[in-house]
Design a protein around this ligand. Structure first.
Ligand SMILES: [Fe+2]
Ligand SMILES: [Fe+2]
Length: 183
């Protein structure tokens, strides 16, 4: 069995790589040039797909087990769960905004910049809290039976971008990730 904490961390690293690419395009936006809006949209679409549908629900179950063992982690776990909902909602709004831009529907520039910045900042802070506060405790508090229960409670969904079979929808994003990695 693969180390579940290592697998969890690897998913965070994948999300961080995407946020890095996202950040780069937001810098292009702030420089006054046209960013790669297709790339921004693909990133948000993926983050709404795999993390929102698979990664976060699994974490929610893991958090509950961690808090059972150490109730002092209750407040931080509750905050992270609330952030899962907030990230999903802000991702949905951002996706809509980026689709407007790509469809040539008017979108106010300031609103686009603010939405992108807020999404980046919130997402990164969320990942950092999980990496620094929750994961070290998860390693100490959860055993193989917990991880089995977590996996069974939420079936493992194949990652449509970083997994072995890249979905058609994410082929272009995967290509751009490879190009960025080689650059
Ligand atoms: Fe999370
Ligand atoms: Fe996470």
């Amino acid at each position: 069995m693969i180390d579940p904490i290592a697998a969890w961390h690897a998913e965070h690293q994948n999300f961080s790589r995407l946020l890095e690419l996202f950040d780069r395009e937001v810098n292009v936006f702030h420089s006054g040039d046209r960013p790669d809006y297709e790339l921004l949209l693909d990133i948000v679409a993926y983050l709404r797909h795999f993390p929102d549908m698979a990664h976060h629900p699994r974490e929610d179950i893991a958090f509950a087990r961690i808090v059972d063992r150490d109730p002092s982690l209750g407040p931080v776990a509750a905050r992270l769960q609330q952030e899962h909902r907030a990230i999903a909602a802000s991702g949905a709004r951002l996706q809509e905004l980026l689709e407007f831009i790509l469809d040539d529907v008017f979108a106010e520039r300031g609103q686009v910049g603010t939405a992108c910045e807020a999404f980046l900042t919130d997402y990164r802070r969320h990942l950092l809290t999980e990496e620094q506060v929750i994961m070290p405790r998860a390693r100490e508090l959860l055993d193989a039976a917990d991880w089995q229960a977590i996996t069974q409670a939420h079936a493992v969904t194949p990652d449509p971008l970083f997994g072995d079979n890249v979905e058609e929808r994410y082929r272009e994003l995967r290509r751009k990730i490879m190009v960025a990695a080689g650059a």
